[in-house]
Design a protein around this ligand. Structure first.
Ligand code: CP
Ligand code: NVA
Length: 316
């Protein structure tokens, strides 16, 4: 969606890279992960390809995985990060995104932004002269999905034709799954209560690109024969904690009965943080089919390749 000249690329959504580049990222992540087995987590990879580069991590919302994985990813690539949040930077006092983008571009080599409004990251990308990477917006979470695809592949599943079933809220994470479905030709069954469906733009785009997307209110139907079962919190950051929403979501909990309808070798994904007992039962979360901590670890490995791509050092 957003291009950039001068040897770098913005990564606001998966479509900015496209299927071939994301496949290259996943292969690179698999190779780099294998090559550093046994190294301390802060030790650089042998080639340290981002030596001397600094990435600004800008958070307008909370984070554990995204914050830590970008920091560790940069260390492993030989670079460093600095951290900004809205409460302690001038963003919190109303300095514009446009000015922040232009200032940061003079001081750092790249910007990761987590924000409440996707329009803000588009604004950042318009004014930055260094790569801008989406660390989650209200609309999408592309870095998470590169890690999810890596995790699914590591667990022996090929992407084309994969049956992915999503349960609960039609949110930012689902939007990026739908974007990936279009790029990699896998199918998504989406089970949500009425009124909580994903943005139709993401559904239409996935379908146009050849993915089968089924929208249903029947959780059992969606789970039957699925290869991947995935859910996320029912209340995303920035949303009101509404009892009405929680009760509407209750039939969409991923529990043992639902998991039993999927293929016997299906895996359970959750981007985390999880609310065990709400969107997922403890039995499933802690069960043998749950790969959520592989998925969390893979945020680091996947992001290294996203960074290399954004800096023009990977893919075409
Ligand atoms: N999955 C994810 O993005 O986690 P954080 O909110 O902790 O970064
Ligand atoms: N949908 C969640 C994802 C958190 C990583 C949120 O936006 O809060």
């Amino acid at each position: 969606m957003t291009g950039a000249g001068g040897g770098f690329r913005h990564f606001l959504d998966l479509g900015d890279a496209g299927g071939d580049a994301i496949a290259a990222m996943i292969n690179d992540a698999i190779d780099r992960k294998a090559a550093r087995v046994g190294l301390p987590k802060g030790a650089p990879d042998a080639d340290a390809p981002l030596a001397g580069r600094v990435l600004a991590l800008v958070f307008e919302k909370n984070s554990t995985r995204t914050r830590v994985s970008f920091d560790i990813a940069m260390r492993q690539l030989g670079g460093t990060v600095l951290l900004l949040d809205s409460s302690s930077s001038q963003l919190g006092r109303g300095e514009t995104i446009a000015d922040t983008a232009r200032v940061l571009s003079r001081m750092v080599d790249g910007i990761m932004l987590r924000t409440d409004d996707h329009a803000k990251i588009e604004e950042m990308a318009r004014h930055a002269t260094v790569p801008v990477i989406n660390g989650l917006t209200d609309m999408s979470h592309p870095c998470q999905i590169v890690a999810d695809l890596l995790t699914v592949i590591e667990h022996g599943k090929a992407l084309p034709g994969l049956e992915v079933a999503w349960f609960g809220d039609g949110n930012n994470v689902l939007h990026s799954i739908l974007e990936a479905a279009g790029l990699f030709k896998f199918n998504v069954r989406v089970a949500t209560p009425v009124g909580y469906e994903p943005d139709p733009v993401f559904v239409a785009l996935a379908r146009e690109r050849g993915a089968r997307v089924t929208l249903t209110q029947d959780a059992q139907d969606a789970a039957r024969g699925a290869d991947v079962i995935v859910t996320d919190t029912w209340i995303s950051m920035g949303q009101a904690h509404a009892e009405e929403k929680l009760s509407a979501m209750a039939p969409y909990q991923v529990n043992a009965a639902l998991m039993a309808l999927a293929k016997p070798d299906a895996v359970f994904l959750h981007c985390l943080p999880a609310h065990v007992g709400e969107e997922v039962s403890e039995e499933v979360f802690e069960g043998a089919q749950s790969v959520v901590f592989d998925e969390a670890e893979n945020r680091t490995h996947a992001q290294k390749s996203v960074l290399l791509w954004a800096f023009g050092l990977l893919g075409d």
